[in-house]
Design a protein around this ligand. Structure first.
Ligand SMILES: [Zn+2]
Length: 98
């Protein structure tokens, strides 16, 4: 049997094992998102819970399409009209079915 490791050998072995573990963790890191708007950087919290390097772009989703060019007043009216239309459709369907 081998002679027991010295403290220096033990530390050396630990360091190598740590390096291997780090490399393995890195290789599991998914590719970055290619969207030019995606943010990139070290996501500390996510990396901590996933136990690997997590880029900020992983949790990032492209922003949803927003209503542009509609001022709040018109937006309100449109919503109101839509709701009235939905109410009307509901009443219409009920009458038809009774
Ligand atoms: Zn990224």
């Amino acid at each position: 049997m081998d002679k027991p490791m010295t403290k220096a050998e033990w530390i050396n072995w630990l360091e190598k094992a740590w390096d291997e573990a780090q490399k393995a963790a890195w290789s599991e890191t998914p590719e970055c998102k290619t969207d030019p708007r995606a943010p990139h950087g070290f996501d500390r919290n996510a990396s901590h819970s996933a136990d690997r390097y997590v880029c900020e772009c992983e949790g990032w989703e492209p922003p949803k399409k927003e209503w542009v060019g509609l001022d709040p007043e018109r937006m309100r009216n449109t919503t109101l009209q839509f709701n009235q239309g939905a109410l009307w459709a509901e009443r219409f369907l009920k009458e038809k079915n009774t």
